[in-house]
Write a protein that binds this ligand. Structure first.
Ligand SMILES: Nc1ncnc2c1ncn2[C@@H]1O[C@H](COP(=O)(O)OP(=O)(O)OP(=O)(O)O)[C@@H](O)[C@H]1O
Ligand SMILES: [Mg+2]
Length: 235
């Protein structure tokens, strides 16, 4: 098991928002976390990367307890987060954004990774000097994912990577996530609103509501046929 989250309780100041869910992510798989607005999905991702810390429960990554670890340390250990909106440095160029993503690498390795990422995403290779602010929403999301891949993480966390994108671009993002998990062996733990799309590619799905897991399925597609579930939690 690559990531094992057990009974975590997380909150902001006195307000608790995560009430003891347990989740696991297997090596090389795509795991989806879905649920209504305010359910606590982003809070869970931020807790895994180490921006927030649980007041109870435990998080193991590659068998190591990282529950109270800092984000910078978790990045070194092999976890990357693509925050909502695919945040990139908009005043910097495509190339500069990617170089920053590889800040932990020496020059040789960084150039190797750059070649690799450019290969994966020709759309970026064609425009190394374009400012990130002038990229389309989809291109920016791809840049954000590429930047996260510069450090060859073992676990890639994504917060709503397809939000606001046109249907074709959503398909492209799904294709990229599948490729990342299948070909690179990177595990993908992804928060999504677009259940129709993410359930096509995920091997496992969790439905979160009010800080608790209300459903877990190894056949996410079957959840789509469950009318009650859709109406209650998936909109
Ligand atoms: N910095 C914060 N301070 C206080 N409360 C917060 C903070 N961030 C989030 N919350 C609250 O925690 C709860 C869970 O928020 P979270 O952002 O994790 O939900 P979410 O499932 O990602 O929602 P969405 O689908 O809208 O992105 C919400 O009630 C939210 O108001
Ligand atoms: Mg969120």
């Amino acid at each position: 098991m690559l990531l094992q989250i057990s009974n975590i309780e997380v909150g902001y100041h006195k307000k608790q928002v995560i009430f003891g869910p347990s989740l696991t992510v297997e090596e090389g798989s795509v795991v989806a976390l879905v649920g209504p607005n305010g359910a606590g999905k982003t809070t869970i991702l931020n807790t895994v990367i180490g921006l927030l810390h649980p007041r109870k429960g435990e998080i193991l990554f590659k068998g190591v307890n990282i529950t109270q670890q800092k984000a910078s340390e978790n990045v070194r250990r092999g976890i990357s987060l693509v925050p909502q909106g695919g945040r990139v440095f908009s005043d910097l160029s495509v190339l500069e954004n990617l170089e920053l993503g590889g800040y932990l690498l020496n020059l040789q390795k960084r150039n190797d990774r750059l070649r690799y990422v450019y290969n994966l995403f020709p759309i970026l290779k064609d425009r190394p000097n374009q400012r990130a602010s002038s990229l389309s929403g989809g291109e920016r999301q791809i840049l954000a994912i590429s930047r996260a891949l510069m450090l060859t993480p073992d676990l890639l966390l994504l917060d709503e990577p397809s939000i606001g994108l046109a249907p074709l671009m959503v398909k492209e993002i799904m294709r990229i996530l599948t490729q990342i998990s299948r070909e690179m062996g990177i595990s993908v733990f992804v928060v999504e609103q677009n259940v129709q799309e993410i359930f096509q590619i995920a091997q496992k799905a969790y439905v979160l509501n009010m800080g608790k897991i209300v459903l877990e399925s190894h056949h996410p597609l079957e959840l789509l046929n469950d009318e009650n579930m859709r109406r209650s939690y998936l909109g």
